[in-house]
Ligand binder design. Sequence first.
Ligand code: ACM
Ligand code: ZN
Length: 552
Amino acid sequence: MFIIKKITSALPLPQFLIKNQNFNMKKLLLAAGVIIFSVTSFSQSLSIIPAPASVTLNQGTFTITPSTKIILEAPAAKKSADFFNKYLKEYYGFTLPVAKEKTAESNAVILNFDKMENSIPGAYNLSVDKNKVYIGGDNEQGIFYGIQTLIQLLPVEKSTSLAIKQCNIIDSPRFAYRGLHLDCGRHFFSVDFVKQYIDFIALHKMNTFHWHLTEDQGWRIEIKKYPLLTQVGSCRNGTATGHNKESDNIKYCGYYTQEQIKEVVKYAADRYITIIPEIEMPGHGLAALAAYPYLGCTKGPYQVGQKWGVFPDVFCAGNDSTYKFIENVLDEVMALFPSKYIHIGGDECPKTRWQTCPVCQARIKSEGLKDEHALQSYFIQRIEKYLNSKGRQIIGWDEILEGGLAPNATVMSWRGEQGGIDAAKQHHKVVMTPGSYVYFDHSQSKKEDSLTIGGDLPLQVVYNYEPIPAALTADEANYVLGAQANVWSEYMANPAKVEYMLFPRLSALSEVLWSGKGNKNWDDFLTRMQAQYKRYDLWKVMYNTKGINKGE
Ligand code: ACM
Ligand code: ZN
């Protein structure tokens, strides 16, 4: 006796119905009742988020104890074994011995490769029988994602005897880019918290961490050639209180050393997560201007920002020394971050200084540019050319469309979906991050009891987000790599607040990015979330359950 759940738009008819050609309507209704009952009982039995492509729940259990061995039939599965052992140690207080050869067929967690058909890396199959757990990954990531599912099969109560249900799971991701961002400019977060944040990404089968490292209110990355960036630019003399009111006049500092960054990049890579660093330009650069005033049009003096918003002082786009500075910074950034993409910002750059700066105006003339918007495009294209010459690609916020898109740029669509639609129609790659669906700085409920930037983004809106805009043809849709949630930290001064804004929306986002459209079901998700809340408790993270129903 087993129960099959494959949540597709049309539930498959069970075998006994297909074989019996003489069934009548009463039997069909009865069978439908069985299916509905099965789905419900399944949901209460296995609560995997994001929903896998296919799950078969069988009878019986297998129990993981400290004597269970992890067997690396694929030696490349070591990172996955290490992650599992770290998780077991942290939350259950024990680890499993790891064997490199097939030393046991039973009482084992076997990690291996199994070729699977999926164009996006990360497919896996997982089976639990009375003797063992078997995970076969299409590639290394696939094994790792199988481990994330295994983690969700574990009971949440701390014990050294972890009974898991026998089952068969076949699974693969929908989108190649499954991202989460963190703004470490407005508020600084410790290396320890950044690592924990990366674990949250991994536990949700996501694969990209967009690390926002420079802002008006703080430069957070050590650049050896320009020590004042951190000596001056990483500190502000105060922080806006309330909703961007007066400064508290308390000095606020923080930056990551290059050694720390290397450590974080490795930590992420061990979890199959790429870090895309963001170095903001030509706007949101006030902290850099405070450190090196020659970078601005007026030459300063400048102060690191204390309030939130958009500042008129930006990098001078006329001066060659600005470009030299940025190239030197990017050289050090590229040495630290192996990612194909470097995020160059590009958003919210006022043109007021450029309009009156003789050097910027001379550049407009000498390059035959139409106006200051074309000057921004010139700026971005010049940086793109430099990064392309080093084998890297740029990604930028959708303002980089204005004045003409750089030839190879990937666009992050944040002011709604239109930027993504325009870029995809021009056959540029796109990551969707529209504010009304995936800006996790908005409140989760209308009854929010803490200070946030405002707005209202309930769990269900995130869950129902469809990253492929309806305006795109099937061919254009291929340019949409995936989506990302952004976590801007103006009103998140500590890790607990970040978590409170992140959870449970991150779980909804993971299902948007991983699960096939036909595998999504809001009511079923809510049922599975009951177990996920217990996992949050196990992880000791903050989460917000207000407003889950209709966002009230
Ligand atoms: C942005 O939210 N300014 C990209
Ligand atoms: Zn200028």
